[in-house]
Design a protein around this ligand. Structure first.
Ligand code: SAM
Length: 299
């Protein structure tokens, strides 16, 4: 059988399982099994895969048909141009979070940090500014900040040892020399004490689903992604509130806390941040007009 024939079979099986973009997903799966990308399709379409590659493809289709998210099946996903390894130990990085990073970069520029262009060789300063990604999961936010900000050291923390193992693999895979993965621990606790009061930017995409909302999540999400990455507690805002409170001790003057939120949490989280004494508080709307990113600046 050729790759072309296998792709037709994969498309049919995925469509049969009710997977909407079956053709696109089949293409991703073929690319992963063959090791060739879309532009090289014509080179391999009429060739026969090795027995091992065919078996790998069939196993990926089986897992996807059984309901596993495509990203876990592929074992990787792209986030702001970075190829990240992902599996069931971490949340799948979302497009919403790519926007969180965009807002974070604007906040970083506002406070005097410089954006970098990946192709340009960077001069490492002796004491780079420190920024942090709290609840790093796969390391997506930390790695994007490292790639897109010049002259910073990015600290990443997570309570889950499993997630940190994935983050470490991604730091190695991206050859990210300025990302520091802290030991497993709760929010800011694993960060070195010397960083207290000096972080120029804190970014987080914490769990923000309420316990009573879990039943409304798509089965693909609730049944496969780690509960600890999704669910915060009875109200859904527990983690954001705690981060807002703790971040005040870790931010430098004039620095920003940037946090992904659910749209319905915007009003209460703005009020909470103001009550805590942040100097400026706002919510940024994503491209679809939904309030998705809380920004709280110190004075
Ligand atoms: C929504 S996921 C975000 C993962 C990643 N930053 C992203 O955007 O794709 C939330 C992460 O916070 C971590 N987390 C949950 N509770 C935590 C806590 N108390 N302290 C530190 N990290 C926590 C979870 O393990 C998970 O990796």
């Amino acid at each position: 059988m050729t790759w072309r024939e296998l792709r037709v079979i994969a498309t049919r099986e995925l469509a049969g399982a009710g997977i909407g973009p079956a053709e696109t997903e089949a293409r991703f799966i073929v690319e992963r099994a063959s090791g060739y990308d879309a532009g090289e399709w014509l080179e391999i379409a009429d060739a026969a895969p090795s027995a091992r590659a065919e078996q790998e493809l069939r196993e990926m289709v089986r897992r996807r048909v059984a309901g596993e998210p495509l990203q876990y099946v592929l074992g990787g996903w792209e986030f702001r141009g970075l190829d990240l390894f992902v599996d069931h130990r971490v949340l799948i990085p979302r497009p919403e979070t790519e926007y969180v990073v965009e807002v974070a970069l604007e906040e970083a520029e506002r406070s005097g940090l410089r954006r970098s262009r990946r192709a340009v060789a960077r001069v490492e300063p002796e004491a780079p500014a420190a920024v942090a990604d709290i609840g790093t999961g796969s390391g997506a936010i930390a790695l994007a900040l490292e790639a897109e900000l010049a002259d910073v050291e990015v600290w990443a923390s997570d309570v889950s040892e499993d997630a940190l193992a994935v983050a470490r693999a991604n730091v190695a895979g991206c050859a990210a020399t300025r990302v520091r993965i802290a030991a497993a621990g709760v929010w800011f606790e694993p960060l070195p004490e010397r960083l207290r009061g000096s972080l120029r930017l804190i970014v987080s995409n914490p769990p923000y689903v309420a316990e009573h909302e879990v039943a409304e999540l798509p089965r693909e999400v609730a049944g496969h992604e780690p509960r600890g990455a999704l669910v915060s507690g009875p109200s859904g805002t527990e983690a954001i509130e705690r981060l807002l409170e703790d971040a005040l001790q870790w931010l430098a003057p004039g620095a920003s806390f940037v946090c992904e939120i659910a749209p319905h949490q915007a009003g209460t989280m703005i009020e909470h941040a103001r009550a805590l004494g942040y100097h400026e508080v706002m919510v940024r709307h994503d491209l679809t007009g939904r309030p998705r990113v809380l920004v709280a600046r110190t004075g």
